[in-house]
Design a protein around this ligand. Structure first.
Ligand code: MN
Ligand code: MN
Length: 294
């Protein structure tokens, strides 16, 4: 890792931390999700970064991949997970927190469980434990509070313009004796009172570039070129494109998806009526171990 790369990683982390502290007290029940997302994303740019992915604002049984559409009418409520990403020169800080907007004891306990699991997992990383030990700590912490970890959502390694690359950090006991080497990682336990396994829900409006192959439609080509230039291999959303090109970009996105230039992520949901909390921080392992987003 070059000094410049490290500088970018630390800067992204610092911006992410500042935004978390700034936005938290502003989020109240009833505020439109689109207002929260845009505030966060505008602030990232104001502070000298770029969004690394669309702000995820997932409520209750939706674990992840809910970002408001351009005409979204959802208002903040329930157990809200705020997952935000900052990138500087392609180097990412990925961080999340959960809020109880109902003054509900159950929500508060669930939020505490993922928060505590994250704290304990980071301690294990600092003590240079194996991936198996990290997963075990996360599972045991969440279970000790009477909840379950979501078993098919994981932490991940990150690289330049790559949100998910290399290693996977499981949130359950496993037999991996491998330790985390030098690199950039996101640790993200999810706690639930539901089944503990999320499935694919509705299309999210969050996309990623998978192939630059030619597309006939000039309008779709124009949008593809913009995506390649602006987002590279990081996720983006239809809301951002509508802002830039208007609603005609929605048709182009459909064409690009059909032509397999883009992959659209589904929302990730547990059973109806269940609730999920999340806590996430980014960790740089270099000569020292730094939690960049905290
Ligand atoms: Mn995240
Ligand atoms: Mn993540």
């Amino acid at each position: 890792m070059t000094p410049k790369q490290k500088e970018n990683i630390l800067k992204a982390g610092k911006i992410a931390k500042q935004i978390k502290e700034w936005i938290k007290p502003q989020i109240k029940k009833g505020i439109p999700l689109i207002e929260i997302a845009e505030k966060i994303e505008d602030k990232i740019i104001e502070l000298g970064g770029k969004p690394a992915f669309p702000t995820n604002l997932s409520i209750n049984e939706i674990a992840a991949h809910y970002t408001p559409s351009y005409n979204d009418e959802t208002h903040a409520n329930g157990l809200l997970k705020v997952d935000l990403g900052v990138q500087v020169g392609g180097w990412i800080a990925d961080t999340a927190f959960s809020l109880d907007l109902e003054n509900n004891e159950g929500n508060k306990k669930l939020i505490e469980a993922s928060k505590e699991a994250l704290k304990n997992a980071i301690k294990k990383i600092e003590e240079k434990n194996s991936l198996g030990e990290i997963g075990k700590t996360i599972q045991e912490t969440i279970e000790s509070k009477g909840f379950s970890p979501v078993i098919n959502l994981t932490g991940h390694e990150m690289n330049e313009y790559e949100l998910h690359s290399g290693l996977t950090i499981f949130n359950i006991k496993n037999s991996k004796i491998e330790k985390l080497g030098k690199g950039l990682y996101a640790v993200e336990p999810f706690a639930t009172n539901g089944s503990g396994k999320v499935h694919d829900g509705k299309p999210s409006g969050i996309y990623i570039l998978v192939n630059e192959r030619n597309i006939r439609s000039p309008e779709a080509r124009k949008i593809l070129n913009f995506i390649i230039e602006e987002y590279k291999t990081l996720p983006f959303c239809s809301r951002w494109l509508v802002k830039k090109f208007g609603t005609k970009s929605l048709f182009a996105l459909r064409q690009l998806e059909d032509n397999e230039n883009l992959h659209q992520y589904p929302q990730l949901v547990d059973s109806a009526g269940s609730k999920i909390s999340q806590a996430e921080n980014t960790i740089l392992i270099d000569d020292e171990i730094i939690v960049t987003s905290e």
